[in-house]
Design a binder for this molecule. Structure first.
Ligand SMILES: *[C@@H]1O[C@H](CO)[C@@H](O)[C@H](O)[C@H]1NC(C)=O
Ligand SMILES: *[C@@H]1O[C@H](CO)[C@@H](O)[C@H](O)[C@H]1NC(C)=O
Ligand SMILES: *[C@@H]1O[C@H](CO)[C@@H](O)[C@H](O)[C@H]1NC(C)=O
Ligand SMILES: *[C@@H]1O[C@H](CO)[C@@H](O)[C@H](O)[C@H]1NC(C)=O
Ligand SMILES: [Zn+2]
Ligand SMILES: [Zn+2]
Length: 344
């Protein structure tokens, strides 16, 4: 009898542990702020984006900016290529890629649309050729926002955050630029009906610019009435929004949103950039090594599980002329509502 009882117990333990192991999880990459600069030159002027000018040829300066890039300049094609290759080596079959913008080099003069299309095309082609099978195609992209179902119960919303930007005064008197808020609410309420969970993605996160002199508040990213409207929607639909992903800050950070009631509802993950560029005009801006992030999530519920942060040690790579992609850290995403949604 004792033997039988033990057997049953072992069987029970086996089944219990088996059912715990049964969660199915998937992976997606989050890459951002590639700022590909195909005009990068190893002996260009670092004070001018590492660009070679006619004058520089006469100045005959042999300063080496590095084969992988320079913290004063944007991403050389070679760095971009090794980054994508590294992603392929680490995880070549992600379920999808969250790519949150800033693809052009930093420039005072801006670019015409033909140049933008060409450069974004170069990035897209290499992503597709190296590891991704297809690109989501839309016949109409009015307003520059869209949503797509990445698995039966998981929808990714791509916002056009430029419409709400505090630096953009074109829309400041418009209540709902391009009717993005109305669209967002419709998508979210449809998701409730269809029992989907939602990730929100965008280039520029809400909140304040995190790099400031001590005791100073950073500049707000969106105009006040837009951030209030966005937070009100995010608050009302916090049950379906189980993740938010942004770039732009060139920093590895997260945000927790606190609402007027004092409770925190929702969070955002902000990924560090591929570009090593930093604003060396400000004393408080530190450079960040080129980075990519691999996120693990529960395929069925969409609940976030953890992410692994990879980076290229730029100085060492330039010095040894060799790619050394480091493993930065792996973190559990211990944000309360994510923990909830991942177990429900
Ligand atoms: C590269 O440099 C050329 C010549 O100055 C310029 O016309 C072009 O716009 C630059 N392209 C990028 C992506 O910076
Ligand atoms: C050449 O390099 C020197 C030392 O780094 C620097 O002081 C000088 O400004 C550079 N000249 C140009 C034209 O970039
Ligand atoms: C980067 O990869 C593309 C596509 O494979 C290739 O055409 C290009 O020459 C590569 N550039 C560098 C600098 O390695
Ligand atoms: C969110 O819900 C509150 C309370 O029901 C409502 O007053 C508010 O208008 C809603 N916000 C939006 C943007 O729909
Ligand atoms: Zn950027
Ligand atoms: Zn940006």
């Amino acid at each position: 009898m004792w033997f039988v009882s033990l057997c049953i117990r072992i069987l029970t333990w086996f089944f219990v542990s088996h059912s715990i192991e049964c969660y199915v999880y998937g992976y997606f990459w989050h890459i951002t702020d590639i700022h590909l600069d195909r005009n990068y030159s190893r002996n260009g002027n670092a004070k001018n984006g590492c660009h070679k000018k006619i004058e520089d040829i006469f100045a005959f300066n042999f300063t080496d900016n590095g084969v992988y890039g320079n913290f004063q300049c944007d991403t050389p094609e070679f760095l971009f290529n090794t980054t994508i290759q590294n992603m392929k080596d680490l995880h070549s079959r992600p379920d999808f890629i969250v790519w949150t913008g800033d693809n052009m080099p930093h420039s005072k003069n801006g670019f015409d649309m033909d140049t933008v299309y060409t450069e974004v095309g170069v990035i897209t082609d290499l992503l597709i050729a190296t590891m991704f099978y297809y690109l989501i195609k839309f016949t109409s992209l009015q307003g520059g926002f869209y949503s797509t179902l990445v698995s039966p119960g998981l929808r990714v919303i791509a916002l056009n955050t430029i419409l709400w930007l505090s630096e953009n005064n074109e829309n400041v008197r418009v209540k709902d630029p391009e009717e993005q808020f109305q669209w967002l609410e419709t998508v979210l309420s449809n998701s409730i009906v269809n029992q989907e969970k939602v990730y929100i993605t965008g280039h520029i996160p809400p909140g304040f610019y995190p790099r400031t002199t001590p005791k100073q508040k950073g500049i707000p990213m969106y105009h006040q009435h837009f951030v209030e409207h966005f937070q009100s929607i995010a608050n009302n639909y916090s049950y379906v929004i189980i993740g938010q992903f942004y770039g732009h800050f060139h920093l590895d950070m997260f945000q927790i949103f606190e609402y007027k009631t004092g409770t925190s509802k929702g969070s955002a993950f902000i990924a560090p950039p591929v570009s090593p560029w930093h604003d060396d005009q400000s004393s408080y801006s530190l450079p960040v090594n080129p980075s990519v992030r691999l996120v693990r999530y529960f395929t069925e519920s969409g609940g976030l599980l953890d992410y692994t942060q990879y980076y290229l040690d730029l100085d060492t790579a330039n010095c040894r002329q060799k790619v050394i992609w480091g493993f930065n850290f792996k973190t559990d995403l211990l944000i309360p509502e994510n923990a909830q949604s991942s177990t429900s």
